[in-house]
Design a protein around this ligand. Structure first.
Ligand code: ADP
Ligand code: MG
Length: 350
């Protein structure tokens, strides 16, 4: 439904903000752009609704070059929600919700019906329709921003970090709301975030950007299972990477850079100085046959000081034993219960 073909954007002054981007989104998909600040996410969004023009390449919507779509029709198709959504302060909530419809010359009665339908949709009282934005909380205003984008019955909604400034509870509720509305109404949503949790929660597919380029474009599952490079791995974070694998991966298959192996008879003092030296916070304990016996994180070691002298003592008291062929899924459950932060790994090479 939306297609980027070799899209490059060079701003005045020569800044290459977006470079040779090729993407194709389906109708009804929830797409998240994620990437570090300045990676070109906003520029991509703004090119979809022609707030910016590509320097090279083109963008198609329903197989039509957007340059050839007349602006009113484009506005009819595409809604835009930004952070601090910019509700008009001098207009009531009702007027705000129906603003785009008014611009599109939708009749009065339809507009009133829409306003009521929308406020019901986000479960706010209808009395609020006659209030002004300043009389609503930030979270309520953001809700209105979301439905305002839906009110004009646009097929495509662009959302640029819409929930960035909200507290976690409100943000969580609004994520659920957007996801639910998108699924129920079959909207295509293109959503920018720098929060991987948000992207993983919402997206059907994720576009990972760095320095104007698309690094990876795939489903959350595939990105977690096979990140394209170290940048993506970093963006995802180690904990999530490991948690993504439990269904198929055995302990023996996993390699964790951030750990060292040690034998059970080593003293805690030795263990701790080794961990400091190698800058790791997880120990893998193996016997001489190199079968994994357990793993310990630095916090657990600290807690056990005075109660145990060797690494093996801790293992006996506080760490479970695990074999290489154990599924991570099973191991993880036990790790999480124990509040350990890292998954055990055996380095096959040693
Ligand atoms: P993101 O949304 O990922 O943070 P942007 O798309 O806003 O990134 O910006 C990408 C790059 O383009 C940045 O280096 C930014 O400074 C630059 N940029 C954005 N808008 C303009 C502009 N109007 N003129 C010049 N450079 C810009
Ligand atoms: Mg941005």
């Amino acid at each position: 439904m939306i297609e980027f073909q070799h899209v490059t954007k060079i701003y005045k002054g020569g800044k290459v903000a977006v470079e040779d981007v090729n993407l194709s989104f389906n109708k009804g998909e929830f797409i998240c752009f994620i990437g570090t600040s300045g990676s070109g996410k906003t520029t991509c969004m703004r090119m979809i609704n022609r707030m910016n023009e590509p320097t090279k390449g083109k963008i198609l919507i329903n197989d039509k070059d957007i340059k050839e779509v007349n602006p009113v029709e484009l506005r009819r198709k595409i809604g835009y929600v930004i952070q601090n959504i910019g509700l008009m302060p001098h207009m009531t909530i009702r007027e705000n919700i129906t603003l785009v419809q008014k611009l599109l010359k939708v009749d009065e009665q339809t507009r009133q019906e829409t306003a009521e339908k929308m406020i019901d949709l986000v479960e706010l009282p209808r009395e609020m329709l006659d209030r002004y934005p300043a009389e609503l909380s930030g979270g309520q205003q953001q809700r209105i921003g979301v439905v305002r984008a839906l009110a004009a019955n646009q097929d495509i909604i662009l959302m640029d970090e819409p929930f960035g400034a909200l507290d976690p509870i409100t943000r969580d509720a609004l994520q659920d709301l957007v996801k639910d509305l998108q699924e129920r109404l079959g909207k295509t949503i293109v959503f920018v975030t720098h929060d991987m949790d948000e992207a993983l929660k919402l997206a059907n597919r994720i576009v990972i950007m760095s320095e104007g380029k698309v690094i990876q474009f795939d489903t959350p599952e595939n990105i977690l299972r096979s990140p394209a490079n170290e940048f993506v791995e970093e963006l995802i974070g180690e904990d999530r990477l490991l948690q993504a694998k439990p269904d198929t991966t055995t302990v023996g298959e996993v390699m964790l850079k951030n750990a060292i192996t040690i034998t059970p008879e080593k003293s805690l003092r030795e263990a701790i100085s080794l961990m400091r030296e190698k800058r790791v916070d997880t120990l893998l304990v193996t016997d001489n046959s190199k079968i994994l016996k357990g793993f310990i994180d630095v916090e657990s070691i600290d807690k056990m000081r005075g109660k145990a002298s060797s690494v093996g003592d801790i293992l006996n008291k506080d760490v479970f034993y695990v074999k290489e062929d154990k599924l991570l899924r099973d191991v993880l459950q036990r790790i999480l219960k124990r509040g350990l932060k890292y998954v055990p790994v055996v380095d096959q090479k040693n």
